[in-house]
Ligand binder design. Sequence first.
Ligand code: NGO
Length: 536
Amino acid sequence: MRRHHRTTPRISRLLGSLLLVAAAGAFTVGSAPAPAPAPDPAPAPLGRVVPAPASVEPGTSPYRVTGGTGIRVDDSREVRRIGAYLADVLRPSTGYPLPVTSHGQGGIRLRLAKGPFGAEGYRLESGRKGVTITAAEPAGLFHGVQTLRQLLPAAVEKDSVQPGPWLVAGGTIEDSPRYAYRGAMLDVSRHFFTVAQVERYIDELALYKVNKLHLHLSDDQGWRIAIDSWPRLATYGGSTQVDGGKGGYYTKADYKEIVRYAASRYLEVVPEIDMPGHTNAALASYAGLNCDGVAPPLYTGTDVGFSSLCVGKDITYDFVDDVVRELAAITPGRSLHIGGDEAHSTSHADYVKFMDRVQPIVAKYGKTVIGWHQLTGATPAQGALAQYWGLDDTSEAEKAQVAKAAQNGTGLILSPADRMYLDMKYTADTPLGQDWAGLVDVKRSYDWDPGAYLPGAPASAVRGVEAPLWTETIQSSADIEYMAFPRLAGAAELGWSPAATHDWDAYKVRLAAQGPRWDALGIGYYRSPQVPWPAR
Ligand code: NGO
């Protein structure tokens, strides 16, 4: 996919457009009179956007982006930056100069103003004279820019000059999210992904207004973040991965770069250190962390539930304190995920004791706890969020335990494995992924309501949804994209769009229109037969 911060030399683009004009001219030489130009194709309907906007009011005349269009921004650094991001998207394919300026009239305007937009909402007004996106916060402008991209023809996403025309349907969109937490998780432990690969995924998440990137930074197979006070975690614990590849880890500078890049796309990084189970990489790195003082070998298989930190040893809490302190210091977001799933080698009493000691450490360093929903089997700290990853078959008792915690104030992030797990196979023939939670095709992953999902949990406890991508079988950006697209778009819509817009038959048509965009961006996706993709 094109990296939006890369700047292609404008001259070559201008040359490209000149050549196109020259080529068009060549056809008319000697054939007088020139035929009337074909009428413009109709622009995409104003509401054909994923996630579905909250409200869409079609107007009459479209706006046409031309060589004279400017991008007019408020005179602030951040709005100018968003203008430059939009220009980077539009210039290569249109071939237009699209200057970003804070003066002039008409064209594409990005402005901050007080209004009923909330932290992430925006209004997009389009008509003959221009397109204006208004928001109270820069994040809203950025999300509005993503909407504008989808209103333009798919070819706008290409990297070389295309013929156009570049029409945006007329009318007004008023839009803001249903949930504040709209996440995607990438497991960088089972297989390691480079900063560039993570940034590529961030760009893809931003297309769909996802605002949290949860990084699963540690597991049995690899520890992926440098911790200065425990250096072997990364240098040794990060030295392999599933199937024995060389693994890797992020230096603090790498991690800060991911955080910075995510923030430039209005995503917050939520780092996870999974504990007390899923800790073989740490236990292998420091013998002292083991109850018997013996370090196990590094692990490159895919079993779960066999490792545990030693709950009775004080060094365990020194370790947790150091890791949380160092990670919190380089994490501007409010949340820190402490895992807590599948602690099958930790007794229940030890699990409760561990969580009672570890959650205050997270608070001490100014962060709020997120844990997998097994945390509700201990005592979730005030303000903690539980991430539910059960499925239809999960026992009623377990569901009730989570619902009870929600009634008592624990917020929920919903990641039901048989709906939201991007590592589940679409069909039995899907070459990648797993099927322990069943097969999850596009309709199943989209067609449920987070607000009414967990019996007994108040709708107000639901803070949002997240689509996790576990990477036991995933090794490349192409693998990530094949599993994430198209399901990620549905997860994003569940997090953003009002429940009233939920409708599979309408969704699948909007989703189908994303296919040519992914083709233009070089995103290889699963062409599910459930979706009426246009022919290629
Ligand atoms: C489970 C397990 C992970 C696996 C994943 C694979 C959770 C929360 N714990 O989800 O360790 O990687 O399934 O689908």
